[in-house]
Design a protein around this ligand. Structure first.
Ligand SMILES: [Zn+2]
Length: 343
C-alpha cells in the first residue's frame, strides 16, 4: 500500500525525473557457447567474451536469478540495474567454455536442465553438473524431464495433458533434488512455449516461469511468464546489446496480456500505457514483418495487429518506448500457433 502511494505521488509530482530512476532485471538466455554447434542456438566464444565485457563496462550487477527476480517483481531495484545469466539444456560447451569465463569474473549463473538428456552426446554429465552446482553463485534448475512441448495439444484430453505435464515437471524436479540436492523454484519453458494451464501448474508449485520472449523483468511482470533476451549469434550482437542490457519493463500489467496461444492469425495485442508514456513514442515490430501499425484507442489503450498471417509455430510482437534516460521500455508478446507442427 505504501509502495503504491509513493509511486503515485512520484508520478504526479516529479513527472519523468523520479521515474527514470526505475531499474529492472535483464535476464540473458544462452544455449551453446561454442563455434562448433548450430549457429541458431549458439553464441560464438568471441561474442560471449564481448558480451561479458560490455556487462562489466556498463558496471551492471550480475546477480543470481532467484533473488534478482524476486527483487525486480517486488519493485526493490530502484536504480540498481541488474543482470542474470541463464543457460538452457546443459550443453557441454557450458561446462568447457562458459563456466571458466564466468568463474574468472565471479559472475553467478543458472543452468536449466532437461534431466532426461543429461549424459547424452553433446550434453553435460551429472558429475559436471554436480561440480558446477557446488560452486557459489551457480544454480541448477528445472527445464522439464523430456523437453516436451508442454502447452495442451489440441487433440489431447485435459487428463492426458495433466498427466504428461505433471510427470515432466515433477520428475525433473525430483531427479534434480535426488541427484544434486537442489530444489530451486525456477523453471524455463522448453521452446519458450506455455499456455494458461501450464502457467497455473507452475503457480501451484510456487515456481517462477521463464520464456524466450525478450524484455526486462519489472514490478508488473508475470511470475510465470518472465522474459529473457536470447543471446545466440543472431540476437546477441554487441551493436544492439547495450539497449537490451539497459532496458526496462514496459509498465503494463502482465495479467492484462494474453498467454499467447492464438485463435486468430494474425493475432491482436491490446494493452494500456500508463499516463506518463505516450502512444506516439511507442514502436511495435512483428517477427518477419518489420514495424507494424499501432491503433490508438481511448485512454492510452493501443491495439496492434500485424498485416499478414504468420506461418511459424512461434512468433512475437515487440514494442519499445524511449525512456528519459536514453534507455528503452520493452515489451515482447510471444504467440504460439498450436495448429503448426511441433519442432
Ligand atoms: Zn531447451
Amino acid at each position: 500500500m505504501v509502495k503504491i502511494t509513493t509511486r503515485f505521488l512520484c508520478g504526479v509530482l516529479f513527472t519523468g525525473g523520479a521515474l527514470s530512476a526505475q531499474a529492472d532485471l535483464v535476464v540473458l538466455q544462452y544455449h551453446h557457447v561454442s563455434n562448433a554447434t548450430p549457429p541458431a542456438t549458439s553464441t560464438s566464444i568471441s561474442l560471449f567474451d564481448g558480451q561479458l565485457e560490455m556487462i562489466e563496462d556498463l558496471q551492471l550487477e550480475v546477480v543470481p536469478l532467484q533473488p534478482g527476480t524476486e527483487a525486480a517483481l517486488n519493485g526493490e531495484l530502484t536504480d540498481r540495474k541488474q543482470v542474470a545469466i541463464t543457460f538452457d539444456d546443459a550443453y557441454e560447451s557450458v561446462y568447457t567454455k562458459a563456466a571458466p569465463r564466468l568463474a574468472h569474473r565471479d559472475y553467478p549463473y543458472t543452468i536449466f536442465v532437461n534431466t532426461n538428456a543429461v549424459g547424452g552426446a553433446g550434453y553435460m554429465t551429472w558429475a559436471q553438473l554436480r561440480e558446477l552446482g557446488q560452486k557459489a553463485g551457480v544454480t541448477i534448475a528445472n527445464h522439464s524431464h523430456d523437453h516436451g512441448h508442454l502447452a495442451k495439444r489440441p487433440d489431447e484430453s485435459q487428463s492426458q495433458w495433466e498427466q504428461r505435464v505433471e510427470t515432466s515437471l515433477d520428475r525433473a524436479q525430483s531427479v534434480l533434488e535426488e541427484t544434486l540436492g537442489t530444489d530451486a523454484p525456477l523453471f524455463a519453458y522448453p521452446y519458450g512455449e506455455f499456455d494458461v494451464g501450464l502457467e497455473a501448474k507452475l503457480a501451484e508449485r510456487g515456481w517462477f516461469g521463464f520464456g524466450q520472449q525478450s524484455g526486462a523483468v519489472g514490478e508488473n511482470s508475470g511470475p510465470t511468464r518472465l522474459p529473457r533476451f536470447p543471446m545466440a549469434n543472431a540476437y546477441g550482437q554487441l551493436s544492439t546489446l547495450k539497449d537490451k542490457l539497459l532496458s526496462k519493463a514496459l509498465p503494463v500489467d502482465a495479467s492484462t496480456l494474453p498467454a499467447g496461444v492464438i485463435t486468430n492469425n494474425p493475432p491482436t495485442l491490446e494493452f494500456t500505457l500508463p499516463e506518463y508514456l505516450s502512444v506516439n513514442r511507442l514502436a511495435c515490430f512483428a517477427s518477419g514483418q518489420g514495424r507494424i501499425d499501432i491503433d490508438n484507442m481511448d485512454g492510452g489503450t493501443v491495439r496492434v495487429t500485424a498485416p499478414d498471417a504468420f506461418n511459424s509455430r512461434r512468433f512475437r510482437y515487440n514494442c519499445t518506448h524511449p525512456a528519459d534516460d536514453g534507455s528503452y521500455y520493452w515489451l515482447s508478446q510471444q504467440w504460439l500457433d498450436l495448429s503448426k507442427p511441433e519442432d
